[in-house]
Design a protein around this ligand. Sequence first.
Ligand code: GUN
Length: 290
Amino acid sequence: MTGKIIDGKEFAASVRAKVAEHVTRLKADHDVTPGLAVVLVGQDAASEVYVRNKGKSTLEVGMNSYEHKLPADTSEADLLALINQLNEDPAVHGILCQLPLPDHLNEELVINSIVPEKDVDGFHISNVGRLSTGQKSMVPCTPLGCLMMLRDHHGSLSGLNAVVVGRSNIVGKPMANLLLKDSCTVTIAHSRTKDIEALCRTADIVVAAVGRPEMVTGEWIKDGATVIDVGINRIPHPEKEGKTKLVGDVDFASAVEKAGAITPVPGGVGPMTIACLLANTVTACCRANG
Ligand code: GUN
């Protein structure tokens, strides 16, 4: 079987179009424009690209974007003071502090200083707890994007066996919680899991989020299973010397031969993450305005 390729670019464009419509209605009916503040500390090259893309996408859907770029040696007190100011600003509905932070800053403390209602990343301990107990919360953007694609493909996920490969706080754990909420039977696999290949072969859904290039091969995939690849890894290009190539955590060439549906890298999960960030900002704005 050759799997259907799930087009994340197209799906993300449709999510962004819905967000833009919602923003237009909020402006017309409630005289409110959703606003997203993004805080970047230091000059990590990858983070700068992410932050630029977030700002651009925010403006494209008609929302306000507030970028705060701080020097790498910013003190914790100064960063917390800025977050406090954003917490209290009624024009700001979502706050995102780009990770990783420089080493001298306590990431946990900084994340938990954002008020949970504006925590559009869904990383605040209160949102983590709310998600894991099935209460209304802000949901981390990447797992939310994966869930949307899975629901779109399957309709109901109820009763399906899902294996999430990777146990990170940002993707693996919230992904497992979301799938559980949708009544999947969920297993989280990780580096100590015994016979991970055989475990994955029992899955109707495999979500790969480990950060190991092309680890999950077609051999691991049950015929017809859905494969969601969260990995973004840069490897030396196999044919072009001196060049690099972007690959996922899944060996696409072999997995596509077994899967019923599969997300590519690039053009799969990646574009959904920013689209979900925009959707979370609109959600936060709606909740703030009753
Ligand atoms: N760095 C890499 N991914 C993310 C993300 O989803 N949110 C934040 N805040 N930082 C990141």
